[in-house]
Design a protein around this ligand. Structure first.
Ligand SMILES: [Zn+2]
Length: 119
């Protein structure tokens, strides 16, 4: 369960940003996580809530947007998205030429804060 340490890092950044902007009440954090980070949104939300409980940040919402995995074929450069089991991503056959290896990752590795809503 790496979500707990990710949530800790996230809150560290949130606190720094809030301090920088002189705001005290956290309303919402919107997070973008790529499919390849293997973050489970429900587990992440639970970790987030556990960490802000009984702190000044208690009550804040966490919204998580999962960014799909997009690959570029190593052979014909066709871009396509791969869905399904993480372990299959790198042997996912290109829908155009059928090549199933050597793809490059265009999106899916994201782990970033989209915005912080605080006052
Ligand atoms: Zn291809």
């Amino acid at each position: 369960m790496h979500e707990m340490s990710l949530a800790q890092n996230l809150l560290e950044i949130v606190r720094q940003e809030m301090h920088k902007h002189g705001v005290e009440r956290l309303l919402k954090v919107k997070l973008k996580t790529g499919r390849l980070t293997a973050v489970v949104p429900e587990v992440m939300s639970t970790a987030f809530e556990a960490l802000i409980k009984d702190t000044p940040l208690q009550g804040a919402d966490l919204e998580i947007e999962t960014i799909p995995l997009t690959l570029a074929c190593g052979n014909c450069r066709h871009q396509f998205s791969a869905e399904g089991d993480e372990t299959l991503f790198f042997t996912f056959p290109c829908p155009v030429c059928g090549r199933d290896s050597g793809h490059s990752v265009l999106s899916g590795r994201e782990f970033s804060i989209d915005y912080i809503d605080a006052e």
